[in-house]
Design a protein around this ligand. Structure first.
Ligand SMILES: [Zn+2]
Length: 458
């Protein structure tokens, strides 16, 4: 048997995000196969590596763990820039009819574009929350999985759902929702077909009813039963806007978190997107139950939804990761951009101590790993962890001479991405994707977007 190949990154700054906060001003990272085998200060010891060895002079660069995205809707790449000044409910009401006409032929190129851009922003693992499944849409989940495999990113898609149409008191139009039995069968099928629970898995399924105003109580409880029988995680949108608070008070006589709590929907196998409108009791319940949060500051800002209490969540011990959210409510859609936005958003209301540079980077790395239940495998640069690594170039004009590499990355302009490794494989090199042709991806996405928007005006 041939020994696995090794890659040696030498001469770079290293921010490991390990439990001790280890950082090296000039250090190394060694990868053998798909695993990190050495991290430390100075150059790695010579010798000891079998198989092919590639050495990279990474001076002028910063190595960090690959970033982890905990909330997304890939298909929304096709409806960016629409309803640009709307609230969430206005924006949804305008876009649901467009989304209700999507099919696998448009979702595949749109998802490829969204994933390719995520990788360019340092992301090595992403979830997807796909919750609109038109009757004649074909295999939409399969289309996103194929796109992720093509780009080469570690993928946690969720089989989302909506079963509460406008005629039954929900927000989405009736033709954008499915019936409950069909959703549960499709959810089981998604798990059976795609879920890989192994430690170095590139593909794990979750289940994700959309939101309190688009799904029934029965769908929430039956989905939770199915997920827990199958050992997969649960996800939903929650407490995103003040309107949702009013909706829950009107329909359920309680807050969004009390509503989920009453349905057995809090726990360490659950993570919630947004969690903006929380009182102290709600934060206490999330902490006590181990429920995670996907913080999406750019989307919250774009839709004017409010400011997540990240400082209070972290102080209470809640696991918080970052999410770019769908590209239609967060057009920049860059994960390193979200690290910066999380820092600035927290500080704008809470002062500079509300979120340190390293805390923000932790949200984008270990925080995301915890939220996805993968803290043993990804999220930090440590021996034995999977080789998901971002190498940022910090010696060009935007960052030349900047004092602290971590501050350069978090507070400065988005640096060129010298290298992005996922599971030991290079998918970005010198700020260009190596797994797909960017021009082709962009051309395909333009065509798919025009086709999708064109259908809705017929
Ligand atoms: Zn969302």
């Amino acid at each position: 048997m041939t020994a696995p190949a090794s890659l040696v990154l030498d001469g770079c700054s290293v921010v490991t995000m390990d439990g001790q906060g280890s950082e090296y001003a000039s250090g190394h990272v060694v990868v053998t196969g798909n695993v990190i085998t050495a991290v430390g200060s100075g150059s790695p010891p010579r010798g000891g590596l079998e198989g092919t060895v590639t050495r990279i002079d990474a001076s002028g660069c910063l190595a960090t763990p690959g970033l982890i995205n905990t909330h997304h809707h890939l298909y929304q790449w096709g409806t960016r820039g629409m309803a640009p000044d709307a609230t969430l409910f206005e924006w949804l009401t305008q876009l649901y009819p467009v989304w209700a006409r999507m099919d696998a032929a448009v979702v595949r190129p749109l998802a490829t574009a969204a994933l390719a851009w995520l990788a360019r922003s340092g992301c090595t693992t992403t979830m997807d929350h796909h919750y609109v499944f038109p009757r004649s849409g074909g295999d939409l989940l399969g289309a996103t999985v194929a796109a992720a495999q093509h780009v080469g990113i570690r993928f946690h898609p969720t089989r989302g759902s909506m079963d509460l149409g406008a005629s039954s008191g929900g927000l989405p139009p009736d033709d954008a929702v499915e019936d409950r039995d069909g959703i549960l069968v499709a959810s089981q099928d998604a798990i059976d077909q795609f879920h890989d629970g192994s430690p170095d898995s590139m593909l794990r399924i979750g289940l994700a009813p959309c939101s309190p105003f688009s799904v029934t109580k029965a769908l929430l409880t039956e989905t939770a039963d199915l997920a827990r029988r199958s050992g997969v995680r649960l996800h939903t949108h929650l407490a995103e806007t003040a309107e949702e608070d009013y909706y829950c008070a009107d329909h359920f006589g309680c807050t969004p978190v009390e509503y989920l709590d009453s349905l057995g929907w809090l726990g360490d196998d659950v993570w919630l997107a947004h969690a903006v409108h929380l009182d102290d009791a709600a934060i206490g319940r999330l902490a006590a139950t181990g429920t995670g949060v996907a913080h999406c500051p750019s989307s919250n800002g774009r839709l004017g939804a409010g400011v997540c209490r990240t400082h209070d969540l972290l102080a209470a011990g809640v696991c918080v990761g970052l999410g770019v959210d769908g590209p239609a409510s967060s057009e920049e859609n860059s994960l390193i951009g979200e690290v910066r936005q999380a820092t600035l958003t927290a500080r704008a209301t809470g002062g500079p101590q509300a979120m340190s540079v390293r805390q923000a980077l932790e949200l984008g790395t270990m925080g995301g790993a915890r939220v996805l239940g993968r803290e043993q495998e990804i999220g930090s640069l440590e021996v034995g962890k999977l080789a998901d690594i971002a190498v940022w170039r910090l010696d060009t004009l935007p960052h030349a001479g900047i004092a602290d590499p971590a501050a350069a990355l978090v507070l400065g302009a988005r640096p060129p991405l010298e290298l992005l490794l996922v599971n030991g494989e290079t998918i970005v090199e010198r700020d260009q994707l190596t797994s797909v042709d960017e021009r082709q991806v962009a051309a395909d996405a333009r065509r798919a977007s025009a086709a999708l928007v064109g259908r809705s005006s017929l």
